[in-house]
Design a protein around this ligand. Structure first.
Ligand code: BLA
Length: 316
């Protein structure tokens, strides 16, 4: 990973995004979570975890997490709007090692953009040129957990690549442009007054939080790439979560529910299996398989106009 990408994922750089956010909303203040969640050293005594969290009138929670170890780095940055706004959720999730990057960058839609044209047109029609530009520079990363596609927008950047100056530069500017695009949407957004619409926004955000909290826990239960897990933990023990390994199960779950995906206990009462019953095992437990339907979408499933074309899409 070159310097620029390392910087993008760094705590200091994160602070500059906060400054950028402040130019749009002067009322950005630290979240009450900041006191409890700021910095931690993992059980290995070496890996560092840093967290930042803010809120503003239109922003329920803006938070970032950086995990930094010798061999890997995780950067997870999300902005969750207040439920009075049906704004997309800003999502940057980068897992990087010396030569491998696994990237999701998106303005995750709050509502279904496959079946709801109104929502898609409202937020993504004008952003298609931006999406197309970066889809070329950072090509589709291949098959992924099928269920994830419903949480992605037509401009999602889903990429897996080996670091190179060009790719790292592209990712850096993609992040900046996507974030500025999100801030511009926030500037224009108007508060919803209709109680039933606010409730609908709440439920949609809760479903999203529930999905991500569970998936972050199990995705970080890496089975692949085994050599990497072994390198990180210096032993043959695949199938256990990175977060769980680093911080222990209790703290890992606390970080997920109360920091990364905070709101999960307030915005709704449904559980993961209520939203995703296909993950229910015979004994009622949650199936820890990352995907029940299986992995799909070998190539980008949206065409250049942002229409969902599923698996029949031409490779981009
Ligand atoms: C892989 N992370 C992935 C993948 C996706 C995401 C799509 C590819 C594997 C898959 O298809 O599931 C990310 N998935 C998302 C995001 C959304 C989604 C952002 O549905 C939003 C809706 N990742 C972390 C943390 C760690 C981590 C904290 O966020 C580790 C501490 C690791 N993610 C990680 C690793 C992989 C990965 C190691 C590759 C291994 C794999 O393929 O599962």
């Amino acid at each position: 990973m070159n310097r620029q990408l390392r910087e993008l994922c760094s705590h200091n750089e994160m602070k500059s995004f906060v400054v950028e956010t402040k130019t749009h909303t002067t009322l950005l203040v630290p979240s009450p979570l900041q006191d409890k969640y700021n910095a931690l050293i993992a059980n290995d005594g070496k890996t560092e975890l840093q967290m930042l969290s803010y809120q503003a009138p239109k922003i329920r929670l803006l938070r970032s997490m950086n995990i930094q170890s010798e061999l890997m780095q995780v950067f997870d940055f999300a902005v969750f709007p207040n439920p009075e706004f049906d704004l997309p959720i800003f999502c940057a999730n980068f897992f990087t090692t010396a030569n491998k990057n696994i990237i999701v960058l998106d303005l995750n839609p709050l509502h279904d953009v496959i079946s709801q044209r109104y929502y898609k047109d409202k937020y993504y029609k004008n952003l298609m040129p931006l999406g197309l530009k970066y889809a070329k520079l950072l090509p589709w990363g291949g098959k992924l957990t099928s269920e994830s596609i419903k949480f992605f927008s037509p401009i999602v950047i889903w990429a897996k690549f080996t670091s190179s100056q060009d790719k790292n530069d592209a990712l850096y500017s993609a992040f900046m442009e996507y974030y500025k695009a999100w801030l511009a949407l926030m500037d224009q957004s108007i508060e919803e007054k209709d109680v039933s619409q606010i409730k609908r926004n709440c439920e949609a955000q809760h479903r999203y939080l529930t999905w991500r909290a569970e998936k972050t826990f199990t995705t970080s239960s890496i089975i692949y790439p085994t050599h990497l897990v072994n390198a990180i933990f210096n032993k043959q023990d695949p199938g256990h979560g990175v977060l769980k390994k680093l911080f222990g199960e209790t703290l890992a779950k606390d970080l997920l529910r109360n920091f990364l995906f905070s709101g999960i206990d307030e915005l709704g009462s449904k559980k993961f299996l209520d939203y995703f019953p296909e993950y229910c095992c015979e004994d009622g437990a949650i199936n820890e398989k990352r995907s029940i339907v299986g992995k799909s979408f070998e190539s980008r499933p949206w065409n250049s106009s942002g229409e969902f074309v599923g698996n029949n899409s031409e490779a981009n």
